[in-house]
Ligand binder design. Structure first.
Ligand code: HEC
Ligand SMILES: [Cu+2]
Length: 421
């Protein structure tokens, strides 16, 4: 696709987002002014002040204009969804004004001091038909466009590209089924930022090592599943939100016209680190995407060659320990803690001195390899063999066997890991 087209699309989307934000800002300013006036004129009357206070809490100070509206996103689908939201909101507002208007008018106009004798009529077929018919028409009127959009959202046919997305505690695994490429996507926000030791970065908790990469202007189908518990893959800018359920494959799709980086999160409470499995999608123009796929293929081959080279030689303790510490801090420390102390009864200590009942990190190497590579089913200890390379596994196992006073002196070689696969 040509760059001019992209630029134009980007401007179009930005203009749409900005004009919406502007609208919302003015609405909020008017509302807040009204509320503030109401409050000040009521000052001195505490009872009435309390009546108005909840309204003030709904519109707290400093609410950002964009924060109030559903975002327009960057796909036709997300814009349709936002449009539906606006239409429904305005219909609801209209209904609210009419209904509450009629109610307050009646309360005021027919108050007891004016009409001491209540009217005694009841049943009015015309009105009853009307107040059944009008809401029905409004509901059908809202359901028709909503159903059309839903139908489009569910139409996964004719995709140009398929990506299999697998959630696992607590990261995403992306596989390009046609290109035979796959990788894990882990959050990269450092623990120091999470623990308030360092200032938080711009994309705090919303950054990963390997983003999902997809092309512009092509229909990308997502197949979603999970390795353990239910996760949910959500990128608001695409209006894609789909549960990833173990043993099931769910579908979703998107077609993004604007290149860029889009962020989302897991939206199904999936355990301790649910808040730490963000989603980053990089949308590239088609030609750049094809080049990226090619790079991945080459990288895969090189990694294959590197693995052969790695297992053909002996590694030393001095090489494996620092690498093992890195792997441990990246992948294992969330559960087992950086000092190997574990957490409570759920996540065992790996430092032998702290939990004498847990002997795998100091016992026979075969059992240690097995537990780390294959995990233990029905527990949160997952299989790491699919995710880590021979060298990484050898390093992390060597590290566990020699860190925190474990001091077994054992060195696990990448070749041993390779043979245990
Ligand atoms: C999601 C949390 C989690 C992560 C991440 C995790 N583990 Fe575990 N690990 C567990 C749990 C839970 C157990 C206990 C399983 C059982 O025996 O019930 C365990 C057990 C172990 C054991 C056996 C301990 C013993 O003596 O019984 C080893 C060794 C181990 N993990 C190593 C690792 C390594 C290496 C990594 C990183 C590559 C890792 N774990 C990442 C949760 C986790
Ligand atoms: Cu999750």
């Amino acid at each position: 696709m040509d760059a001019e087209q992209t630029e134009w699309d980007r401007e179009k989307v930005q203009a749409a987002v900005c004009s919406d934000a502007g609208l919302m800002t003015s609405q909020i300013v008017i509302l807040k002014t009204l509320v503030a006036r109401g409050m000040s004129s009521l000052a001195g009357n505490r009872r009435k002040g309390w009546l108005i206070a909840p309204v003030w809490w709904i519109f707290p100070n400093g609410a950002s204009a964009q924060g109030w509206d559903m975002r327009a996103g960057v796909t036709e689908m997300s814009q349709q969804v936002q449009m539906l939201h606006h239409v429904s909101l305005w219909i609801c507002t209209g209904v609210g004004i009419v209904v509450f208007g009629a109610m307050f008018y009646t309360i005021f106009a027919h108050r007891r001091s004016k009409h001491p004798e209540p009217a005694t009529f009841h049943e009015n077929t015309k009105i009853e038909v009307l107040w059944t018919l009008i809401p029905t028409l409004i509901l059908v009127g809202m359901a028709v466009p909503a159903t059309l959009t839903l139908r489009d959202i569910e139409d996964n046919s004719d995709a140009d590209l398929t990506v299999l997305i697998t959630g696992s505690q607590w990261k995403w695994h992306y596989q390009y089924t046609e290109a035979d490429i796959g990788f894990y996507s882990n959050m990269t926000t450092p623990l120091e930022q999470i623990n308030n030791i360092e200032p938080k970065g711009e994309n705090y908790l919303m950054e990963v090592d390997n983003p999902l990469v997809i092309p512009t202007n092509l229909k990308v189908r997502f197949l979603m599943s999970s390795d353990d518990v239910i996760h949910s893959w959500w990128v608001p800018d695409f209006a894609v939100k789909q549960d990833a359920i173990p043993g099931f494959i769910n579908e979703a799709w998107t077609r993004v016209d604007v290149p860029g980086i889009y962020r989302g999160q897991c939206t199904e409470l999936c355990g301790m680190n649910h808040a730490f499995m963000p989603i980053v999608v990089e949308v590239l123009p088609e030609d750049e995407f094809l080049a990226w796929i090619e790079d991945q293929r080459i990288a895969n081959e090189l990694a294959g060659d590197a693995a052969v080279a790695a297992r053909s030689r002996e590694w030393t303790m001095a090489e494996l320990m620092p690498m093992g510490e890195d792997v441990f801090l990246t992948h294992c420390a969330t559960c087992h803690q950086p000092d190997g102390a574990g957490q409570g009864i759920k996540y065992p200590a790996l430092a032998a001195a702290l939990d004498p009942a847990r002997v795998i990190s100091t016992g026979p190497i075969e059992a240690h390899l097995d537990r780390v590579m294959n995990g233990l089913s029905e527990t949160e200890m997952q299989a790491w063999a699919p995710q880590l390379s021979d060298v990484e596994l050898a390093a992390v196992i060597t590290y566990e066997r020699n860190a925190w006073g474990n001091n077994t002196g054992d060195i696990v070689q990448p070749l041993t890991v390779y043979e245990a696969r």
